[in-house]
Design a protein around this ligand. Structure first.
Ligand code: NAD
Length: 498
């Protein structure tokens, strides 16, 4: 993942009223058409930079979800999508990718506008959404959807068939990429989908609906209804939904898993994290800072894979803390519309309050606050929080155990590699991680022992071919790679006479 990619978003203020089409602002894409909302409720989109209202948009109501589920069910049971060949579906996926590319600037602008993501971050990930569609288009063309095996009697065909109608539920932090990761795999598998974006960030999915519309998918294949959690709960409880693919908090994931368990619906969960970055005794601190320092708090720490527990050897503690704090304090905090900004605000008032609460908790637990610790001086409006580092954190403290989802990092000291592994694994979560050593073999040996779904040695990487997901309370199932496609498939053994 590159850190400083060129961006083309421009510095003019976000003006959703005039930048977005009427359909995006006022309708829902259901059954291949833009439909008027059935309810009266609205979501207010508040700028995290100015705290002012940017736009009010319709909130999905139970009747909208009912229409979307009915359309997706019809499209799966009677429509052409599941019966198209993988090559035919791949052609549609590539068309969607092209439409996403055409709207690249709009997607970057709504991401920055809605949640204050800094331009370097948005720029580095620009291209991911279209890339996911192209990746699954390529994979669909070569994937063994059908395989012959030799049983004791007769012939056997093993068929990998679409699981059915999939509900795709996503959070607010990376709303386009998290949705396209699910949608591209689901469509490649032959599923039809109902997507429910988060109420705080409906616009990315709405523009994606324009892409799907322009790509000409059969009606009902993709339906998108931004809605809150009560309406989301109706969606996951609906017996016409065969599979729920959820990304969000561990608390909501647990609830959704329970609902799905009750009716034995398939469920995949991408949940929270408390990932550890381990610096070995022989680590090159400069290289660590260069490659990872932004990723201990990328996008103000509001990313599931943030490396929020930094494990340093006692023997090099002082050297490390001095360099890290200098690096964090040099990060430019400011307006995300300024291309030089490295850290913007947190995304909403409730995030700000949550993070400030955790900073108080850390102080109360006796951790040593070495930088940050609240609203930075000179910022009179906006949900800004100074990048915050706690030192002398014990792994039993709440700030080391609970996901804060903000620009707060805990530094924990250790004595031996053995102890570092034990601390990294002493967590309810297991989503990401990293190990730094000048001896790659030593770092790899440690990485192998960490119970986590994603880990990098001397760097940080994500890739469409790499399965992503969590051990323990970080989730269930995997997205990306062939594993992401398999999550939207059922397996049928079909015996035939010899
Ligand atoms: P959240 O769980 O509050 O909400 C996520 C989505 O689920 C939203 O669309 C919400 O409306 C919906 N939802 C909540 N309860 C629901 C219910 N009972 N039924 C149906 N839908 C429901 O999470 P959030 O605050 O939006 O996002 C932050 C969380 O997401 C963090 O914990 C973060 O770690 C996690 N996350 C995980 C990954 C990953 O890949 N593992 C990626 C990004 C974010």
């Amino acid at each position: 993942m590159a850190i400083a990619a060129p961006v083309t978003v421009g510095s003019r203020p976000f003006d959703p009223q005039n930048e977005l089409s009427d359909n995006v602002r006022t309708c829902f894409f259901i059954d291949g058409t833009w439909q008027e909302p059935t309810g009266e409720e609205r979501f207010e989109l508040i700028s995290p930079v100015t705290e002012e209202l940017m736009l009010s948009v319709p909130a999905g109501a139970p009747e909208d979800i009912e229409k979307a589920v009915a359309a997706a069910r019809r499209a799966f049971d009677q429509g052409p999508w599941p019966r198209l060949s993988p090559v035919e579906r791949a052609a549609y996926l590539r068309r969607i990718a092209d439409e996403i590319d055409r709207r690249a600037e709009a997607f970057q602008r709504v991401w920055i506008g809605q949640v204050g993501a800094p331009q370097w971050f948005v720029g580095a990930l620009s291209g991911t959404a279209a890339g996911q569609f192209r990746y699954y288009a390529d994979l669909a063309e070569t994937y063994p959807f059908e395989e012959e095996r030799t049983p004791h009697v007769g012939r056997l065909k093993v068929l990998r068939e679409p699981v059915g109608v999939a509900a795709l539920i996503i959070p607010w932090n990376a709303p386009l990429i998290l949705l396209t990761q699910k949608m591209s795999a689901a469509l490649a598998a032959g599923c039809t989908v109902v997507a429910k974006p988060s109420p705080e960030t409906p616009l990315d999915a709405q523009i994606l609906a324009e892409c799907v519309d322009a790509a000409g998918l059969p009606p009902g294949t993709v339906n998108i209804v931004p809605a809150g959690r009560e309406v989301g709960n109706i969606l996951v409880s609906d017996t016409r939904i065969d599979k729920v693919s959820f990304t969000g908090s561990t608390a909501a994931g647990r609830h959704i898993a329970t609902v799905c368990a009750d009716r034995l619906a398939r469920v995949a969960l991408e949940l929270g994290g408390k990932s550890a970055s381990i610096l070995c005794e022989d680590a090159d601190i400069g290289a660590w800072l260069q490659s990872l320092a932004p990723f201990t708090m990328p996008f103000s720490g509001q990313i599931c894979f943030s490396q929020t527990r930094v494990l340093v050897p006692r023997s090099r503690h002082d050297e490390f803390i001095d360099a890290y704090v200098a690096g964090v304090e040099s990060l430019k905090l400011g307006d995300p519309w300024d291309a030089a900004t490295q850290i913007g605000p947190v995304s909403m008032a409730r995030q700000r309050d949550r993070v400030l609460d955790y900073i108080d908790i850390g102080r109360g637990e006796g951790a040593r606050l070495v930088t940050g610790g609240g609203r930075p001086s000179g910022f009179n409006r906006g949900y800004f929080i100074a990048p915050t580092v706690f030192d002398q954190v014990d792994n039993s403290m709440r700030i080391a155990r609970e996901e804060i989802f903000g620009p707060v990092v805990s530094v924990i000291s250790y004595g031996s590699d053995e102890e570092a592994v034990a601390i990294a694994n002493d967590s309810d979560f297991g989503l990401s991680g990293s190990v730094y050593s000048t001896d790659v073999g030593r770092a790899e040996a440690i990485a192998r022992r960490i119970r986590t779904g994603h880990i990098s040695v001397n760097g940080f990487n994500l890739d469409a071919v790499a399965p992503f997901g969590g051990y323990k309370k970080s989730g269930l199932g995997r997205e990306s790679g062939p594993e992401g496609l398999a999550g939207f498939l059922e397996i049928k053994s079909m015996f035939l006479p010899a």
